[in-house]
Design a protein. Structure first.
Length: 580
């Protein structure tokens, strides 16, 4: 084996890892909201959690990615630690799917069916189909499917390249002697853990071991401890991911580590005890891709079968390691670990944005109440609300911008754009609440009051504003498009109402029924109310345009006003309700 064979092997390894990465990304994007639904509906039953973890990991081809997502879910409060334990165990079994796919390279036979089962036969076909779908089809889901096919083809080509490059090693005595040293279980476990921790993927490290097994120089006795160590090494990703998280998230990563360490020790003791009694003859035989897949699966199934009934014990062990009496932490719900599942992260942002919307709406209602009866404590609460809404905007905005730089599906990108628009509107509503509070404060300090006629008009405007805020925020929270459609006609009525009321107030000024100073205050209130209704319209329209995959707001508004008879019917209904 010369230097060029080493280069070939490294190139094969690079293609293998890259193929696995893009295949996983494509699978994750294709799963989209279904992945979110599967993980968010994890029940308290460990068996159900195990099945969910196994299925999700088999889909995205990475137990590390699943565990990192689970750490993020626990950190964000989406999932409890008790739910996470079953999913982690299932992830360890689900990750064995990759080794079974790779073991197909060892199939022997001359029939057409057997040949087509070999990845070397069908992966070029997948590559051709994949590149056609990726380059020539516009549908996002079909492009994602093409990415999956391409990733798998690259992965298998890299696997075969590695196998071919290391094939000459079988004739080198030093290489054979190197692997005999790994028959020491402790050394084999450390090597497997170290390699996996470095490349951050147990599936990839098992694939490398399967490629090396093509030399015939690796005995099954040497491979078994390495395989067990690979399961420990894959915990490194979750442990790194848990840095800076809350206590339960760190406990989740600890559970993953304890499960694999305890499982490895238990399996080694059981296996070597049985070997001492029955002298397994297959230990001295050469390992191949199929036998490695069998061992990898057997270990994870046996470890899960042993540990699943004791999931509560693992939970208690995690609490003992990270006790409750640690210093209090700030609970961060916007966790960047959720970037591994963008649809979940977006869903979490939507929930927090809904909190922001309700806070801005409550602040506006408080501010309007100050016009009827000024209360310094309520005024102070409006100021505090405005500060809190600003923090929401900063936190959510920064998080969404970072999330937008990830490899997202078209639908996820649309939802992020919509949320960024929405949180800006929510923040502006709280700003207008501050303006109204300041007007109420000025009126209180100057002991100024409107005429009965002006109060009735302000009350009419306030009622319209309360109605449009309730509709817009309900539409946002529930993604209710029918409710969103009702917002725009009312916004037009508020515009009309502002014009009518301003005209009436000008007449009162001419007749000296109102002072210039009160006229400015009245005009400021009308302006702030009308601006809030504009932001409610923006919120509703962003929902509707996003649903139509069209972010041209002005074109949408112009089109919606032409709708007959629905739009005109709602418009006349609101005119009658608010007396324009």
């Amino acid at each position: 084996m010369d230097i060029f064979s080493v280069f070939t092997m490294l190139g094969g390894l690079a293609m293998f890892l890259y193929g696995m990465s893009i295949m996983g990304d494509g699978l994750e994007k294709a799963a989209g909201n279904r992945l979110k639904g599967i993980l968010e509906t994890a029940s308290k039953t460990p068996v159900r959690g195990f099945l969910l973890g196994m299925i999700v990991t088999a889909v995205i081809q990475s137990s590390s990615a699943t565990t990192v997502m689970v750490v993020g879910f626990v950190n964000s409060g989406i999932m409890k630690l008790s739910q996470a334990i079953g999913i982690i165990m299932g992830a360890n079994v689900g990750t064995t799917a990759t080794s079974w796919i790779l073991s197909l390279t060892g199939l022997q036979g001359e029939s057409f069916f057997i040949k087509m089962l070999k990845p070397s036969s069908f992966s070029p076909i997948l590559a051709v189909v994949g590149i056609i779908m990726y380059m020539f089809l516009k549908n996002a889901k079909k492009k994602d499917l093409g990415t999956i096919f391409l990733g798998f083809a690259i992965l298998m080509f890299g696997m075969e390249t590695m196998s071919d490059a290391v094939a000459p090693l079988k004739d080198i005595p030093e290489f054979q002697m190197l692997f005999t040293k790994f028959e020491n279980p402790i050394l084999g476990v450390l090597v497997g853990a170290g390699v996996t921790a470095i490349i951050q993927s147990s599936s990839a490290s098992v694939g490398i071991l399967q490629a090396l097994s093509a030399t015939g120089a690796i005995s099954l006795g040497s491979a078994i401890p390495i395989i067990l160590g690979q399961n420990i090494g894959t915990c490194a990703t979750a442990m790194i991911s848990s840095v800076g998280t809350n206590k339960n998230a760190r406990r989740t990563a600890i559970v993953h580590l304890y499960f694999n360490i305890i499982g490895t020790v238990s399996f080694l003791i059981l296996f070597y005890a049985l070997n001492a009694l029955f002298k397994f003859s297959f230990i001295g035989g050469p390992a191949n891709a199929f036998s490695i897949a069998v061992v990898h699966t057997c270990f994870n199934v046996v470890a899960t079968a042993l540990m699943l009934p004791f999931n509560k014990v693992l939970e208690k062990l995690a609490y003992m390691t990270i006790p409750e009496d640690e210093e209090a932490e700030v609970f961060s719900r916007l966790d960047e670990r959720l970037f591994e599942a963008p649809s979940v992260a977006i869903g979490r942002c939507h929930d927090i944005a809904a909190e922001m919307a309700n806070l801005a709406s409550a602040s506006m209602l408080r501010a309007m109440s100050l016009l009827d009866h000024y209360d310094p404590e309520i005024a102070a609460q409006v100021v505090a609300d405005e500060d809190a809404v600003d923090k929401y905007e900063d936190e959510l905005g920064s998080y969404l911008v970072k999330l937008s730089n990830r490899n997202l599906s078209h639908q996820d990108s649309l939802e992020i754009t919509e949320l960024l628009h929405n949180i800006g509107d929510f923040e502006r509503i709280s700003d207008h609440a501050m303006n109204i509070m300041e007007t109420a404060q000025e009126m209180h300090e100057k002991n100024a009051t409107f005429s009965d006629e002006a109060w009735n008009e302000i009350t009419k405007m306030k009622n319209a504003l309360q109605t449009i805020m309730e509709m817009a925020i309900t539409a946002f929270e529930k993604n209710d498009l029918e409710m969103a459609l009702r917002v725009e006609p009312l916004e037009d009525v508020v515009d009309d109402l502002k014009g009518v009321l301003r005209g009436r107030h000008i007449e009162r000024l001419k007749e000296n029924k109102c002072t210039i100073e009160l006229g400015f205050m009245f005009s400021d209130l009308l302006t702030n109310y009308e601006r809030v209704s504009d932001h409610c319209s923006n919120i509703a329209v962003s929902l509707l345009t996003s649903a139509q995959d069209n972010m041209d707001v002005h074109a949408f508004l112009n089109e919606s006003r032409k709708l007959e008879p629905e739009y005109q019917a709602m418009y006349k209904e609101y005119q009658a309700q608010f007396g324009v």
